[in-house]
Each structure stands twice: as structure tokens, then as C-alpha cells.
Design a protein around this ligand. Structure first.
Ligand SMILES: [Zn+2]
Length: 263
């Protein structure tokens, strides 16, 4: 599943390719994608200029010159591929924006779980999201207050997006390992010092993320395994203390941690 650094990277590439261009045609090329990107939505995009591309958490927002916003969720395997009309289309092309200058922007998505929803001007309402982890808005006082309000363990709390936006399953595990915090520890029980360690760890892990290891998904962990310090390393020795890494399931998601040095 693309995590925040990958989505940020993808949004940057899309911005470079798309902003200022005018959409000649929009098409959904797969039935599952067509459920959200309907023929009516495609028709409403045609002739519009792409004014801006933004990202909030793992949501990409493509604003058109009339104020409509295309909200894009990559979900499991989505990505952008940019080319020219007339070139062979990329593998797993599921949606396509053809621009008037011949630029072709394709959504590739082997699983076809991506969601693309067009909103009328002013109609987009994002779910409640915490601060962006790499922004100035991710402050200690706010983080401590938010932690104090949480019931339940820290790992699922990190995934919930209200504490901090955009931290996914892999980076939650990695951050907790770096901060030496046990994933089942109650979020509200973190001391100020440990919370500060966790905040620093989240920022460090996201900043140094191996973008491009993209398809280290939960079911095909192989590609990214060596890149992670704890994620996907069940049974292997902890890189810090040597004890075997444990895998448990929390809120339906795999959690990897070291029982030796994460408390
Ligand atoms: Zn350890």
C-alpha cells in the first residue's frame, strides 16, 4: 500500500505533468474504477484546465479551473504514469486523462481498488484528519493532548489519522520501533518524553522513507523487506537488541515489534 512518502512523491509527479494542462477526455478503463469515476464525472471534467494538485494525508486533490475537485485515493496499488497519446499504454492502466496538448496521464492500479471521486465546487468535505506529520502543525502540545484523549493501544491510534495524518501500517510499526514503544501500550499512557520520542521517530521514518520501495505491500512484503527495520521481519533478530521480532494482529492489521526493547 502506498504510504505517505510515496503519495507525496506521486502527487509531485502529477503536479509537474498536469497543472496548466486542459483535459480533452477523461475515461475510466475498468468497471471497478468506473463505480467512482462515472461517465457523468468524466464528461464534467472534459474541457477543464487542471489548476492545482494538492495532497492531504494520503488523499490527492486535483482542482480544476471551475472549482471542481477530483479526489484520488490510490488504496492498494495505485500510481500515476505519464506519457503521450499514441504511445503504448502502461500495464494496468485503469483511468486516463488525455490533455489537449497530447499529454496522457494514466492511473495504473493492478488491483483496481483506487477511488476517484469528482466533487462539485465547494462540495468536498474531507474526513477529520490530524496534522501533517512533516509540517509545523505537528506540535508536541497538540500531539500530547490528542494522545491523552485516546482510548486503546498506540499502534491502531496512529493508523486512525486523527492523531496525525497519513501514517500507514508500515510506518506506524517502524516509528514505534525507533521510539522503543510497545505497540499495545495505551496511547494515553505515554509520558511527555516518550511522546516526544514517538513524534521525532514518525518524522524521521517518513523523511528517510525508501520511496520507490513502493510495492512492499502487506501481502507481497518481499520487495521491501530489507528496507524496513521491523516491518515484515517476524522471527528475525531485532536490529537493536537481537531478540526475535514478533508479529501480532491489532485491529485487523499486522503489527511487528521487538518484545526486548519496545516497552
Ligand atoms: Zn529489540
Amino acid at each position: 500500500m502506498p504510504e505517505l512518502p510515496e503519495v507525496e512523491f506521486a502527487a509531485g509527479r502529477l503536479r509537474d505533468a498536469a497543472v496548466g494542462r486542459t483535459i480533452l477526455t477523461a475515461e475510466a478503463l475498468h468497471a471497478a474504477i468506473g463505480r467512482s469515476l462515472t461517465p457523468e464525472a468524466c464528461a464534467r471534467m472534459e474541457g477543464r484546465r487542471i489548476a492545482a494538485v494538492a495532497r492531504r494525508a494520503k488523499i490527492q486533490l486535483i482542482t480544476l479551473d471551475d472549482g471542481q475537485v477530483l479526489e484520488v485515493h490510490f488504496r492498494m496499488t495505485g500510481d500515476w504514469s505519464v506519457g503521450r497519446t499514441g504511445e503504448a499504454p502502461p500495464a494496468f492502466e485503469r483511468a486516463r486523462l488525455t490533455c489537449t496538448d497530447g499529454t496522457r496521464i494514466s492511473l495504473t492500479d493492478s488491483r483496481a481498488f483506487a477511488v476517484l471521486r469528482l466533487h462539485a465546487p465547494g462540495a468536498l468535505i474531507l474526513p477529520p484528519l490530524g496534522p501533517e506529520p512533516l509540517s509545523e502543525a505537528f506540535t508536541m502540545p497538540e500531539f500530547l493532548t490528542a494522545l491523552g484523549r485516546r482510548r486503546g493501544p498506540i499502534k491502531p491510534a496512529l493508523l486512525d489519522q486523527k492523531l496525525v495524518a497519513g501514517v500507514g501500517n508500515i510506518y506506524a510499526a517502524e516509528s514505534l520501533w525507533v521510539a522503543q514503544i510497545h505497540p499495545t501500550r495505551a496511547a494515553a499512557s505515554l509520558s511527555r518524553i516518550r511522546a516526544a520520542r514517538l513524534r521525532d521517530a514518525i518524522r524521521e521514518v517518513l523523511r528517510t522513507a525508501p520511496v520507490g520501495r513502493y510495492f512492499a505491500t502487506e501481502d507481497s512484503a518481499s520487495a521491501g523487506e530489507e528496507a524496513w527495520r521491523v516491518y515484515g521481519r517476524e522471527g528475525q533478530p531485532c536490529l537493536r537488541c537481537g531478540r526475535g521480532i514478533t508479529r501480532i494482529t491489532q485491529a485487523g492489521r499486522s503489527t511487528f515489534y521487538c518484545g526486548g526493547c519496545q516497552r
